[in-house]
Design a protein. Structure first.
Length: 177
């Protein structure tokens, strides 16, 4: 299964629509996971032109004014999604602190506290900084932001892809150009 990853789109704050490069990079995926801060539900509707979509509710998805109108209740949007995909358990959440950021917390305890259980893959956002690494056997994938990479305005950012097959997963960060 090929899974498209996206986060921190910040529409309309970062622009009126997603850049066309997002759709080109994610063409052919079987599922899209948005790690939160859509700001408007239409982002998910647009992405559903590619594949079914699930999203984590981000801190910016509550109404905060004209540039952050908020995401209404929608079955696609939850604080956390736990998915079983081809033998792996994946957790989708908006903000997931790295162990270095919370040195007092143990890695497995952090997963259990924030996701409800230990998982094989964590997909998160919030930082606008793309990252892909393994920690204690867990793949952590943050696709960054396609519209506000590293919190910079007016630049194309990144999305991600996960390939899951027979209990194995590999990830890739894709710079948009």
């Amino acid at each position: 299964m090929r899974i498209g990853l996206i986060a921190d789109t910040h529409i309309p704050e970062a622009g009126d629509a997603l850049p066309r490069e997002v759709f080109q990079a994610l063409r052919g995926v079987d599922l899209v996971l948005h790690a939160g801060d859509m700001h408007v539900i239409q982002v998910l509707d647009w992405l559903e032109g590619l594949a079914p979509v699930l999203a984590a509710r981000g801190n910016g998805d509550v109404p905060q004014g004209p540039l952050r109108p908020g995401v209404p209740d929608d079955p696609r949007v939850q604080p956390v999604h736990l998915l079983q995909i081809e033998g792996i358990t994946l957790g989708l959440i908006h903000a997931f602190p790295l162990p270095e950021e919370v040195p007092w917390a143990d890695w497995e305890g952090l997963m259990v506290r924030l996701l409800g259980r230990k998982v094989d893959v964590v997909v998160c956002g919030d930082t606008h900084i793309a990252g892909l690494f393994r920690r204690n056997g867990v793949l952590v994938a943050n696709p960054g932001s396609p519209t506000l990479p590293n919190n910079l305005v007016g630049r194309l950012g990144t999305v991600g892809i996960l390939e899951v097959e027979r209990g194995k997963v590999r990830g890739e960060i894709i710079p948009l150009a």
